[in-house]
Design a binder for this molecule. Structure first.
Ligand SMILES: CC(C)(COP(=O)(O)OP(=O)(O)OC[C@H]1O[C@@H](n2cnc3c(N)ncnc32)[C@H](O)[C@@H]1OP(=O)(O)O)[C@@H](O)C(=O)NCCC(=O)NCCS
Length: 158
């Protein structure tokens, strides 16, 4: 998904506002998650957001979202933003983040199981494996998992 940064999207420094980037990321990830699940999805959380470098008014932002791992009723989506001029000059990676979505039953709105993800490439394998640790960390920080139950995090930190 691509967006052209317009004056109304920018801050007083003439750069894209972070909130607008998050909005575009949310949309790109929701499309990705919705396609994977073929169900309505809602954003449950956002983490590891990195605002790497500013994007100027008039530049083109391209967002690429991929499902890294499906859990039970939730799934994690990685989104990477790149920016370049309208003429394709100065292309660079600028922002990235992880979004968690929950699939909902279209009739009663309650969470429903999501289809699994099969990683194919090396980078997909790496993100798939690390997704368990990110999930535990976000659930612990959200107060939804006891640290004692975060087995993958314990493995990492000893
Ligand atoms: C997301 C939501 C559906 C979860 O509902 P809930 O009653 O907590 O449901 P559950 O306890 O069954 O959890 C459902 C899933 O959400 C995940 N989840 C809930 N809160 C989370 C959080 N802060 N971070 C990551 N995952 C979370 C749970 O881990 C679970 O996933 P799993 O089944 O894969 O383990 C509910 O909180 C909600 O509707 N939030 C508002 C969503 C919204 O308005 N988003 C913005 C507009 S799209």
């Amino acid at each position: 998904m691509s967006e052209l940064v317009m004056p109304n999207d920018t801050n007083p420094q003439n750069n894209l506002m972070g909130g607008n980037m998050l909005r575009w990321m949310d949309i790109a990830c929701a499309i990705c998650a919705g396609k994977h699940c073929a169900k309505p999805v809602v954003t449950a959380s956002v983490d590891n957001v990195a605002f790497g470098s500013p994007i100027r008014n008039g530049e083109v932002v391209t967002l690429e979202a991929t499902v890294t791992r499906a859990f039970n009723t939730s799934l994690e989506v990685y989104v990477q933003a790149t920016a370049a001029t309208m003429q394709g000059m100065n292309p660079r990676r600028t922002h990235h983040a992880y979004f968690t979505f929950v699939a909902l039953d279209k009739d009663n709105g309650s969470p429903v199981p999501v289809p699994e993800v099969v990683p194919l490439s090396e980078i997909e394998e790496q993100r798939f494996e690390a997704a368990l640790r990110r999930r535990e960390l976000r659930l612990v920080l959200a107060g939804r998992m006891k640290p004692a139950n975060a087995a993958n995090l314990k493995e990492l930190f000893g």
